[in-house]
Write a protein that binds this ligand. Structure first.
Ligand SMILES: O=P(O)(O)OC[C@@H](O)[C@@H](O)c1c[nH]c2ccccc12
Length: 262
């Protein structure tokens, strides 16, 4: 299997100590003209890669914070085409891998072939498509493979063991380990079986395991970071960028570097 730039970046981070950190942001929240500044800030603050959300009108997996960000981005007139063009312009400055998070509908509207080709052209590293189940991914996946784009799979806490293993083996770039049941957004606590779940995923996965959903404090970054190769933080980052609370983003990233390796 191809080794993707995305996987490489995570493994390099883990090899130098600490854990990988992938912030999620909504493209076009604050206007697409802000994207450059937002990505450069995250890169300079030590993010390993960025998960860049494409706003969509019916975001089934998104909690309220990300839904609101999506509404703001759509109100700014953000389109998939516009986002890809902007990424293309930032190519020389933004060197950390970009993973696009999009629902299927905008991809179908764009055309799968054209989408994969344009993603590759502007330098996108990978894709997360939450409403594309593994069993139905072949048609889309073939185009991604052609263009060297990693298709990241999500595995939920409640999937049966046999399915978990199939998803883990199919994931490219990294495996997205969902750490809560339900939609995105901050949680006060995690279920008791999260540790076991992550340990099992690390065992069966051939790519790094990134824990995401519900992680919003430096303590949680350390707690989940211990159990995985890194963490993904969405709602808290979206909120902090919106309110201009950049220090709390720096604190979250700093926590990921300070995870004690056990
Ligand atoms: O917001 P949280 O709880 O920190 O979770 C990350 C999540 O937001 C981000 O990865 C994401 C945003 N939208 C999604 C849809 C499906 C899967 C993942 C996502």
């Amino acid at each position: 299997m191809t080794k993707y730039k995305l996987q490489d970046a995570i493994e390099k981070q883990v090899a130098t100590g600490g854990r990988a950190f992938i912030p999620y942001i909504m493209a076009g929240d604050g206007g697409l003209s802000k994207l450059r500044e937002q990505l450069l800030f995250l890169q300079q603050s030590g993010a390993t890669a960025v998960e860049l959300g494409i706003p969509f009108s019916d975001p089934v997996a998104d909690g309220p914070t990300i839904q609101e960000a999506g509404k703001r981005a759509l109100a700014e007139g953000t389109t998939l085409r516009g986002v890809l063009e902007e990424i293309g312009r930032l190519h020389d400055e933004v060197t950390i891998p970009i993973v696009l998070m999009t629902y299927l509908n905008p991809v179908f509207q764009y055309g799968i072939e054209a989408f994969a080709k344009d993603c590759a052209k502007v330098g996108v590293s990978g894709l997360i498509v939450p409403d594309l189940p593994l069993e139905e991914s072949a048609m889309v996946h073939d185009e991604f493979i052609k263009h060297d784009l990693a298709l990241v799979q999500l595995v939920s806490l409640t999937s049966p063991a046999e399915r978990i293993e199939r998803i883990a083996k199919a994931s490219e770039g990294f495996l997205y380990a969902v750490t809560v049941t339900g939609i995105t957004g901050a949680r006060a606590e995690f279920a008791a079986n999260v540790g076991e779940h992550l340990a099992n995923l690390k065992e069966v996965s051939t790519v790094p395991v990134m824990a995401g959903f519900g992680i919003s404090t430096p303590e949680q970054v350390r707690e989940m970071g211990k159990l995985a190769d890194g963490v993904i933080v969405g709602s808290r980052i979206v909120d902090a960028l919106h309110t201009g609370d950049l220090d709390s983003i720096r604190a979250l990233i700093a926590a990921s570097k300070a995870v004690e390796i056990i």
